[in-house]
Design a protein around this ligand. Structure first.
Ligand SMILES: Nc1nc2c(ncn2[C@@H]2O[C@H](COP(=O)(O)OP(=O)(O)OP(=O)(O)O)[C@@H](O)[C@H]2O)c(=O)[nH]1
Ligand SMILES: [Mg+2]
Length: 291
C-alpha cells in the first residue's frame, strides 16, 4: 500500500512556516528571515519514502493585500486552501495581534484534518501555553494542537508520523527522486533575496525582485548572472552602496549559501536594474512568475 498527499503549511506572516518546511525536509528549500512577507511563492518540498510521498507546500503568510504583488501572493494561499489532504496551520505563540479570521473560517469549513502547530514555544511559559491551547481549541475544535519549536526542532519529529497516519492511499504524484517543484534558478533568486532582506531595512526588501539570466555549469563550476530589480533609482544607489560594498556583501553571502545548496563552486555576477513600480504592474508580475 502506498500513501501520498498534499500537506499545506499555512499561517500568518512570520509564524515560522518556512522554518518548519526546512526542518521537515532536512534541507533549506525556503528562505527564512525575521521580516514578515519573506515567502512570496508557493514552494513544494517533496518528502519521499518507499511507501509514502508527502508533498509539503510552503506559502506566503496570510495578509490583507495592499498592492498587486500581495494580491498574487494571496492567490498562492488560496490555491493551497483548495488542494490539501492535511493542513499544518502554524501559529506564533508570541504573536499578540488578532488571529486571521479568514484562515480560521476556511479551516473550519474545509473537511480536511488540521494539525495546529503552536510554534516558538521556546519563547513562552507553561501558563501562556495552556491558555493558548484552550483559545485555539475554541476557535478550531477539530484541530489537533501540538506545541512545537520549529527553530529548535522541538516536537517536530512527531509531525511526520502523524501526517502519514492521515494521508490517503494514493500512488506518488511526483517522481520519487524529485524533492521540489522549483527549478534551480528559483533557489538562486531566493537566496539573493534572502540576503537583501537580511542586509537592508525599510522598503528595500519589499521593492526587490531577482531574476537569474544565466545558470551554466562548466568544468564543475556553476556560472550565474542574476539581475536585482528595484522600483526606483534611489533604491538602486542604496543597494549598490558606497564603492559597491553593499551589493558585494549580498553577493558573497548568497554565493556561500548556494555553494552549500548545489554542492559546487559558484561564480555569481549581480546586476542592479530599475523596473519602475513593478509591484503594481500586471505584466511585470507575470514575467516574474506571479500568475
Ligand atoms: N524563537 C523562535 N523563533 C522561530 C521559531 N521558528 C521560526 N522562528 C523565527 O521566526 C522568523 C520567521 O520565520 P519564517 O520561517 O521565515 O516565517 P514564515 O512563516 O515563513 O514567514 P513569511 O514567509 O514571511 O510568511 C525567523 O526569524 C525564524 O528564525 C521558533 O520555534 N522559535
Ligand atoms: Mg516563509
Amino acid at each position: 500500500m502506498h500513501k501520498a498527499g498534499f500537506v499545506n503549511i499555512v499561517g500568518k506572516p512570520n509564524a515560522g512556516k518556512s522554518t518548519l518546511l526546512n526542518e521537515l525536509m532536512g534541507e533549506k528549500l525556503a528562505i527564512v528571515t525575521q521580516k514578515a512577507q519573506t515567502t512570496r511563492h508557493r514552494i513544494f518540498g517533496i518528502h519521499n519514502e518507499t511507501d509514502v510521498q508527502i508533498v509539503f507546500s510552503d506559502t506566503p503568510g496570510v495578509l490583507e493585500p495592499k498592492y498587486g504583488l500581495q494580491e498574487k501572493m494571496m492567490d498562492f494561499v488560496k490555491d493551497s486552501l483548495q488542494d490539501a489532504d492535511v493542513f499544518l496551520f502554524i501559529v506564533d505563540i508570541t504573536d499578540t495581534s488578532e488571529p486571521s479570521e479568514f484562515l480560521i473560517q476556511k479551516l473550519n469549513k474545509i473537511p480536511v484534518p488540521v494539525l495546529l502547530l503552536l510554534n516558538k514555544i521556546d519563547e513562552t511559559n507553561q501558563e501562556i501555553l495552556e491558555q493558548k491551547v484552550e483559545e485555539w481549541h475554541q476557535r478550531i475544535p477539530k484541530a489537533e494542537i501540538l506545541p512545537i519549536s520549529a527553530l529548535n526542532a522541538f516536537n517536530t519529529d512527531i509531525i511526520l508520523p502523524k501526517i502519514k497516519s492521515l494521508l490517503p492511499e494514493n500512488p506518488p504524484y511526483y517522481d520519487k527522486d524529485q524533492f521540489t517543484d522549483k527549478p534551480e534558478r528559483f533557489f538562486v533568486n531566493e537566496s539573493i533575496r534572502e540576503k537583501i532582506l537580511l542586509n537592508f531595512d525599510q522598503e528595500i526588501p519589499y521593492s526587490v525582485e531577482v531574476a537569474t539570466e544565466q545558470f551554466k555549469e562548466k568544468e564543475g563550476i556553476i556560472f550565474i548572472d542574476s539581475i536585482i530589480y528595484v522600483e526606483r533609482d534611489s533604491q538602486k544607489g542604496i543597494l549598490i552602496g558606497h564603492k559597491g560594498e553593499a551589493i558585494k556583501k549580498v553577493g558573497t553571502e548568497a554565493r556561500l549559501d548556494l555553494e552549500k545548496f548545489f554542492g559546487k563552486k559558484i561564480h555569481l555576477n549581480l546586476f542592479v536594474k530599475v523596473k519602475k513600480d513593478w509591484r503594481k504592474n500586471e505584466k511585470d508580475l507575470k514575467n516574474f512568475g506571479y500568475q
